[in-house]
Design a protein around this ligand. Structure first.
Ligand code: KIV
Ligand code: ZN
Length: 386
């Protein structure tokens, strides 16, 4: 089995389902171009039947994007599939993503059909999509809560009908990593013909486990991960692209690789955040404002001596200019001295000691001491070469 993980970005489809974060055609084009440069393998451009605007967006991306596969979502419904096929007509690498719910919850209380009908509809939707494009991805919605034996039957049907990728969504973010990993392994071991298709993860973050579940999926045989920039998506969001990519880079012993240019992770994160008007939480892994900021004395002293003491990622590797030493009332003398040095101020031992006392008082009052306040603090020292 090969170790190249396909990155399927769904920022423009599942990510865009965040209330208030809808994107117009031009915004989608801007983000899609950045995603292509980032090196994603598949861009899920939208859900063409959902609105005329989304149809036009998918159509535009199909014409513009050349390296990545462009994918359009559909339900297991003929008119959805026809609409997706129409929107993708000019794509160099088109993919239709179609499917339906498979958990008892979805089958009996949402779709209100029988399990046998699920099997029939899985076969029908993949076969119909195959009339338009070669690359058809089948999703088993709520696979996370679907019993494995039935799920295997549905997936086997989809593969027999010609699905090139089979998506196993943990739609409600319910699974534990071990459980999700076992589900993927069960399918890899029990679905006849599974070697003809790529198994894909698609994990939601309702319990904060989406990234862990995606990694467990990879370790058990999945070779495509569906994710979004900044982890944006319905409710608590989707698996975060930057987290998956950096986990695989940092744990080289796992021997998995992606085609992502990690130096673009931060710029693309900023672009998505600005365009969607959705701030990134400061403590977000990899791309949050505090991901490379150190504010406690012990950590600052360690980082100043050797960055590796407290950072497992070189900020430059993800496109962040530098790690930062933030001056707060928890900072020590080493941090104060370091930051003074950065603004060209070099104090003797006694001067530093005296300044440190005044610094602490100031930090207690204003919380974070920035360069202008630092300059104010050392104003009295005439020999300062600021
Ligand atoms: O979460 C989910 O199940 C989905 C499918 C439509 C792929 O987004
Ligand atoms: Zn989803």
């Amino acid at each position: 089995m090969n170790n190249r993980i396909q990155i399927f970005d769904t920022t423009l489809r599942d990510g865009e389902q965040v209330p208030g974060c809808g994107l117009n055609k031009n915004e989608k084009i801007t983000i899609a171009k950045a995603l292509e440069e980032l090196g994603v393998d598949v861009i899920e451009a939208g859900f063409p039947i959902s609105s005329p605007g989304d149809f036009e967006s998918v159509k535009a991306l199909a014409e513009i994007i050349k390296d990545a596969t462009v994918c359009g979502l559909s339900r297991a419904v003929k008119k959805d599939i026809e609409c997706a096929a129409e929107a993708l007509k000019k794509a160099k690498r088109p993919r239709i993503h179609t499917g339906l719910g498979t958990s008892d919850q979805h089958v009996f209380t949402k779709l209100k059909i029988t399990r046998e009908e699920v099997i029939e509809r899985a076969k029908a939707c993949v076969s119909y999509a195959k009339k338009f494009v070669e690359d058809v991805e089948f999703y088993a919605e709520d696979a996370g809560r679907t019993d494995n034996e039935f799920l295997a039957r549905v997936i086997e049907t989809a593969v027999q009908a010609g699905a090139t990728v089979v998506n196993i969504p943990d739609t409600t973010g319910y699974c534990l990593p071990e459980e999700y990993g076992q589900k993927i392994k069960y399918l890899a071991d029990n679905v006849k013909g599974i070697e003809k298709a790529t198994i894909s993860t698609h994990c939601h973050n309702d319990l904060g486990l989406s990234t862990a579940n995606s990694i467990a999926g990879i370790q058990n045989g999945a070779r495509q991960v569906e994710c979004t920039i900044n982890g944006v998506g319905e409710r608590a969001g989707n698996t975060s692209l930057e987290e998956v990519v950096m986990i695989l880079r940092k744990h080289k012993w796992l021997k998995f690789e992606t085609g992502i240019n990690s130096k673009m992770l931060y710029p693309v994160s900023q672009l998505v955040s600005d365009t969607m008007n959705m701030p990134v939480q400061p403590n977000k892994a990899i791309v949050g404002a505090n991901a490379f900021a150190h504010s406690s004395g012990i950590h600052q002293d360690g980082v100043i001596k050797n960055r590796d003491n407290y950072e497992i990622i070189d900020p430059a590797e993800v496109g962040v200019n530098k790690s930062s030493i933030i001056l707060t009332a928890r900072s020590g003398r080493a941090a104060l001295n370091f930051r003074l040095g950065q603004i060209g101020v070099h104090l003797g031992k006694d001067e530093l000691e005296e300044t440190y006392g005044r610094f602490l008082k100031m930090a207690d009052e204003i919380n974070v001491v920035n360069d202008p306040e630092l300059r104010e603090l050392v104003e009295g020292y005439t020999h300062v070469n600021a």
